[in-house]
Design a protein around this ligand. Structure first.
Ligand code: 9WN
Length: 445
């Protein structure tokens, strides 16, 4: 596929995956609305159908819980052949829940960042869509506040995650040790559906999936109430990538509040979150010896010593100082034993370091290249002036979709497509790169 074909193909795919007000991440594997998928999809849609991009965000936020959480899976049309179905979560009728069937978890809060990008590219919408933008900004403020408070387990204001699915990187090797420590008790009857459309060796291992289900079961026994969840969930982590995405989103929310002339008190509250995160982030996540950001296991009480793609995401939020950013790039991103293309890989960016014991180049989150990760990390690299590295990630991502189509992820060794097909955010982000008009990243690999 050439770039001229790529844009119409990607647009057609998004139209085909349109379920009426929201876009399925993939028509077979993921037939509902996923939180960060929809935000990233809205960015692609905004390049050719701004009203449809607004509709995507509207549907996502319509499922917000009364306590502020914006759920990770939303089932506007009810059940399908996806497991877990809506009733499995037991979220219906919760006093602090929402009015649309949903999961009891959340996902990386990329929405404020995406909304800012959409507004910057379409400045007229601040007058034309002023009322709705204010509603969006208020909903996002409530969500971020919930993350900084209801999910604050140690007084730091850094949110913690109660299930690997909240990280968006479900079975990343960074979670597998913490998951091993979870004993799956008696599980409610369930039948995995995720291997109907995707090869077994490209999906999470059975022992990990059992623990995913056990954690959902624990959440529903605790009625998804914040305090008991923080006290009792056997999996409780602070994710460097999630916290960095939130910090960047707080910056973009502040911009939004200022652009929409919101009261000073709102802006000051967001500034407070920004200052707090800056004060604690490195102390919690930075490993000076290894020159890496590492996640923190609150149950085990220590950093998780696993080198994954999450280490680069703080660049997106401007959190590392120039010295730490240089170490991330020189010692890791450019290192062919870990992430750089070399003898054992041809495409960046593997989702786990190639020399990690649990690295697996075709298994979900254990090594494959993901288009949205190349998008996030390239944005971060640009923020620090690492333009050549950023361009290389975009070039690789575009080469993969050109050769293999819009897949969920790709084998970094030969670029072969894996996981679900007709994948929406892979199409949406290709549209974003190509329609932004960045010439140098279009060259063929
Ligand atoms: C569980 C939809 C989602 C993405 C996640 C990805 C995967 C779900 C699954 O698919 O998770 O939420 O069933 O594996 O890990 O990032 O949002 O694309």
């Amino acid at each position: 596929m050439t770039d001229n074909d790529l844009i119409p193909h990607a647009q057609t795919l998004l139209r085909q995956n349109d379920a009426g007000g929201f876009t399925k991440p993939s028509p077979t594997q993921y037939p509902h609305l996923w939180n960060w998928d929809s935000a990233l999809i809205a960015l692609g849609l905004a390049h050719f159908d701004l009203p449809r991009a607004f509709a995507e965000i509207r549907t996502l936020l319509s499922a917000q819980w009364r306590d502020g959480m914006v759920p990770h899976i939303i089932y506007p049309h009810g059940a399908s052949d996806y497991f877990p179905p809506p009733e499995f979560w037991q979220t219906a009728g919760l006093p602090h829940g929402g009015d649309v069937p949903s999961s009891g978890l959340t996902q990386p809060p990329v929405l404020a960042t995406i909304l800012r990008k959409i507004i910057e590219a379409n400045p007229d919408c601040t007058t034309q869509n002023a009322t709705e933008l204010l509603q969006f900004a208020h909903a996002i403020f409530k969500w971020h506040k919930w993350l900084h408070t209801a999910r604050d387990a140690d007084g730091s204001g850094l949110p913690c995650l109660i299930h690997p699915w909240e990280s968006g990187t479900d079975n990343s090797p960074r979670w597998l040790h913490a998951l091993d420590a979870v004993t799956p008790g008696e599980l409610p009857p369930f039948k995995r559906k995720d291997m109907q459309h995707v090869a077994t060796d490209e999906r999470p291992r059975p022992q990990d999936y059992e623990r995913f289900v056990h954690l959902i079961n624990t959440g529903r026994q605790l009625k998804w109430e914040h305090k008991p969840l923080l006290d009792e969930m056997p999996f409780l982590v602070q994710d460097a990538m999630f916290c960095a995405i939130l910090h960047r989103a707080d910056e973009d929310l502040l911009w939004l509040a200022q652009t929409l002339a919101q009261p000073k008190a709102i802006c000051q509250e967001v500034e407070g979150w920004l200052a707090r995160t800056r004060a604690v982030f490195d102390a919690r996540f930075w490993d000076e010896e290894r020159g890496l950001y590492l996640d923190y296991d609150l149950r085990a009480g220590g950093r998780i010593p696993v080198n994954t793609i999450a280490t680069f995401v703080p660049l997106l939020a401007g959190l590392p100082d120039a010295g730490k950013a240089a170490r991330l790039v020189q010692e890791h991103l450019r290192n062919a034993d870990e992430y750089a293309p070399g003898e054992n890989s041809a495409f960046g960016l593997p989702s786990a370091a190639k020399n990690e014991p649990l690295y697996a180049p075709r298994r979900y989150w254990c090594g494959p290249v993901w288009i949205q990760m190349n998008w996030l990390v390239s944005e971060g690299l640009r923020r620090y002036g690492y333009t050549a590295e950023a361009d290389a990630l975009v070039r690789d991502a575009l080469a993969l979709v050109r050769r293999e189509g819009f897949r969920e992820y790709y084998d970094p060794r030969d670029g072969s497509g894996c996981g679900a097909k007709q994948f929406s955010w892979s199409a949406a982000l290709a549209i974003d790169w190509l329609m932004r008009g960045n010439k140098e990243i279009r060259e063929e690999k």
